[in-house]
Structure formats: C-alpha cells, structure tokens
Design a protein around this ligand. Sequence first.
Ligand code: GAR
Length: 223
Amino acid sequence: MPDVLQDFDVSDVNGSLISPALPTAFTPTGTPLRLGILASGSGSNFEAIAQAIRDRTLNAEVKVLIYNNPGAKVVERAKTFNISTCLLNHRDYPNREALDQAMIQVLHQHQVEWVVMAGWMRIVTRVLIEAFPRRIVNIHPSLLPSFPGVHAVEQALGAGVKITGCTVHLVELAVDQGPILVQAAVPVLPGDTPETLHRRIQVEEHRIIVAAIHQICQSRLKS
Ligand code: GAR
C-alpha cells in the first residue's frame, strides 16, 4: 500500500479548529481516504462519519467497521450504510495484544489507511499503534487533558467545571493522550445530569470527528 500519509503533520490542523465550521462539500480530487472504524456501542459517531461520506462532505470511504460487543447497536447502523462489519470479541483473545493483532489483519485485508476509534472502549497496545503509526485517531468526551478515562462526563460534572467538551486526538500508548487535532467546548448547564451533558457533547462530537477526518484528507492532498 503506498504510504501517502507518511508526512502527515499534526501542526497542519492543531489549534485551528475550535468548534470548527464544517465544509459543506468537497471537490472530489484524489482517491477517498480508506478508513477502518473501531466501535464498541451505539455508534452515533460512526453514523456521523458514514453520513458525511454519503453527503459528500468527506472524501473518504469506510472500508470496515470492527466491533467487540455482540449486539452493539453500531452494527445496525453499519447495515443501513452497507458497510462491512467484523466482530472481534475481546473475550475470545488471551490478551490485548492478540486482539490488536487480529484487528491489524482485518484492517490490512481491507487496505485501511487510517483507523478511527469512535467509541472504542478498549485500551489498544503498541502492536496496533506501531502498525498504524500516527494514523489512529480517537474521540473522547472531554477537553483533554482533563478527564481522561471511561467516566469523563461524570468526572467533569463532579469537578464542577463550567465548560467541558470533546477532543479528537492522535492515539499514543498512554490512554487518552497524544497530539490534539480538534476540540469543541460545551457549557455545563445548571441541573445537568451525565446523560443530558453527554447528549450535548455528542452533538459536538459528531461535528469534530468529521472535521478532523476532513483535515486529514486535506493534509494528505498537500503532502
Ligand atoms: C462517545 O461519547 C465517545 O466520546 C466515547 O464513547 C461515546 C461513544 O458514543 N468514548 C470514550 O469515552 C473513549 N474513552 P457512540 O457509540 O454513540 O459514538
């Protein structure tokens, strides 16, 4: 596979996209960016990406959805977009590295260039990161580096912050760390519960995940 993204430079996008406006359409020059998406649950971010591709807002193609929980709602969403799915149940693997190795095989079979962790609730290892160096992005429901981990929304509420948000970043070994590509801010409102706050954060997530992938596409065109 040609390594056209070898020179992807995070400074191309870093800091330029606080609550970014999205492109309304793209000029279909160049081949679509080949994405593999990892998701564990509902898949609303997956759907935002698939819909943006369908709307021709993103010059990309979802080659495969990998999911780890049988019955995850994301599978139903993938079916409506005719996107290939692959269940890799983490419970069937002896350790995280073995699951990552299985994922690499599937991602390579589908000639994936970039990997998107869109609600992927498993820790990934060096094995996956080294197979896709600086080509894995993750979306997280807080303004990182605040509130990493699985309870980000609850922790933001518990800390009494007045503004939280969401982040798309490049994946590195340390969980929920790595160069930040895009962030959006979301106010915490009086009476917010984890559910109401998360719902508003997700509205922004759906915008910034698409914006981040768009920026990656643009960066590829430049290199
Ligand atoms: C999203 O809010 C995402 O930020 C979060 O899981 C949710 C998945 O929603 N990810 C993490 O917390 C990762 N640490 P979705 O399945 O509807 O896209």
